[in-house]
Design a protein around this ligand. Structure first.
Ligand SMILES: Cc1ncc(COP(=O)(O)O)c(C=O)c1O
Length: 460
């Protein structure tokens, strides 16, 4: 592909772009095209998309013709038909594919509800838990217990459910605040303990919270199986979800798992929950579902839950104008088909393990405190003092510094902060597309290592 060198000018009279970007000051190159794991800007600079579109979206890389053609073919037939009147074939096919690949007891025992973004999917999961409680004759149940340092979406209601301090503060007076239990974060155990002698206090904390609030008021518990942007790729310790499942069952809570980041091969299995051998009641998912080619999200729930609502005679009280979008469903069908036909999950598991192994070489750096991950979902945490795990002062913006050093060298990594009580801590996500090869992992590692070395010189 050739680079389009003709640069049009898009500016206001003050010399600004006529749109609002996600940061005011950071220079923002115009993206031109992408091929595989690489992106090229209008000046011809090449970047490795080391975080798959910053946060785990572009799972199959750029320029995947199977997905593009599937969307095109569907849009040519019909691009939009009111979901109030019609169903459509790609959506039915997608539902069937999910049914056959769902984790544990959900396999062949679930139905999917489609929406547009990850936030929609989690919001719909929370709505579903509430509507289920009402339809099930338990209308006092509405509280969703969550965990600190989890993200569930960028919408006012979800800010109250999520435990991402920075994104909650401004909106605090505007949402219903969920109770939060501590995260399962062994590197900085909230109980000052060590796994496994800790006896998973972080999981048992759910029972304490239920006692405090009253089970009659609680509809669900929600968790990310590998905590993404808020903790920098923290997998769940073995045994955690067994304890959580047992507590949820004993007190009549639904278990909602937020797989917005982790599903569709990201962690080396269809769903991250496949690793833990525990079946949730509801799953929310999006991001890699179409590899970022177009928005789509799904809320997947056990058949029994839908049955209770269906038997109540009320429809599920959710939905957006562009939900159930036929080209988006066709893109997701093409994505899942490509994953299967090209053995992508295996690559995520094996080459992801190689990435994690190579990332451990970074342990040599004075500022690297911890390296962790599962499949192609890996993270690095930075510390000022390796022994005490003291973080850098937030003003140093260490994760941004590392990211900027990476970008200078042509690698995009996702910076994260707030892992320590929401106010301190620096991490980067290293989550390249699932098609990344071992040679490309070496390429990513060479730049990551240089970027951290450059940041360290400025810090120590
Ligand atoms: C775990 C998790 N849940 C939900 C969301 C919200 O998804 P979206 O940005 O598509 O609304 C995100 C987004 O980063 C996420 O990481």
């Amino acid at each position: 592909m050739t680079v389009n060198s003709k640069q049009e000018s898009f500016t206001t009279s003050d010399g600004q772009h006529p749109v609002v970007h996600r940061s005011w000051k950071r220079p923002r190159p115009i993206i031109d095209y992408g091929e595989g794991i690489y992106l090229y800007d209008k000046d011809g600079k090449r970047y490795i998309d080391g975080s798959s579109g910053t946060s785990v979206v572009v799972n199959l890389g750029h320029g995947n013709l199977s997905i593009i053609e599937a969307m095109y073919e569907q849009a040519k037939r019909v691009a939009f038909a009111s979901p109030h009147f019609f169903t459509n074939e790609p959506m039915l096919k997608l539902g069937q594919m999910i049914l056959e690949r769902a984790p544990g007891e959900m396999k062949n025992n679930c139905r999917s509800w489609f929406s547009c973004t990850g936030t929609d999917a989690v919001d719909d999961a929370v709505r579903l838990a509430r509507q289920y409680a009402i339809a099930n004759g338990k209308p006092s149940k509405y509280v969703v217990i969550s965990r600190w340092q989890q993200f569930h979406g960028n919408q006012i209601g979800m800010a109250g459910v999520a435990g991402h301090t920075d994104r909650r503060k401004m909106l605090f007076p505007m949402f219903v605040n969920s109770p939060h239990i501590p995260p399962a974060y062994c590197y900085r155990c909230p109980f000052g303990d060590t796994y496994p002698v800790c006896n998973l206090k972080c999981a048992h904390a759910l029972e304490t919270e239920i006692h405090q609030i009253g089970e009659e008021n609680i509809s669900a518990f929600i968790a990310e199986p590998v905590v993404g942007a808020s903790l920098g790729a923290i997998p769940t310790p073995e045994g955690y979800f067994e304890v959580i499942r047992e507590i949820c069952d004993r007190y009549g809570l639904l278990l909602i798992i937020d797989e917005v980041m982790t599903a569709w091969g990201r962690t080396g299995s269809w769903f991250a929950m496949d690793h833990y051998g525990v079946t949730p009641d509801i799953i929310a998912t999006s991001k890699g579902f179409t590899g970022g080619y177009t928005p789509i999200a799904a809320t997947i729930a056990r058949e029994e839950i839908w049955q209770v609502i269906e038997n109540s005679g009320a429809p599920f009280m959710a939905g957006h104008t562009l939900s159930e979008n036929p080209p988006a469903c066709a893109a997701a069908v093409a994505t899942l088909t490509y994953i299967e036909e090209h053995d992508i999950i295996n690559n995520s598991r094996e080459t992801g393990a190689y990435l994690l192994e190579r990332l451990h070489e970074l342990d040599e750096f004075e500022i690297v405190g911890d390296v962790r991950g599962l499949g192609f979902m890996c993270g690095v945490e930075f510390v000022k003092n390796k022994k005490t795990k003291e973080p850098f002062p937030p003003g140093k913006k260490v994760s941004l510094l590392v990211m900027n050093e990476g970008i200078k060298r042509g690698l995009i990594l996702f910076p994260c902060t707030g892992n320590i009580e929401g106010v301190a801590g620096d991490m980067i996500l290293v989550t390249p597309p699932l098609i990344t090869t071992r040679t490309q992992v070496d390429e990513i590692m060479a730049i990551t290592s240089e970027a951290i070395a450059a940041a360290q010189t400025q810090l120590v």
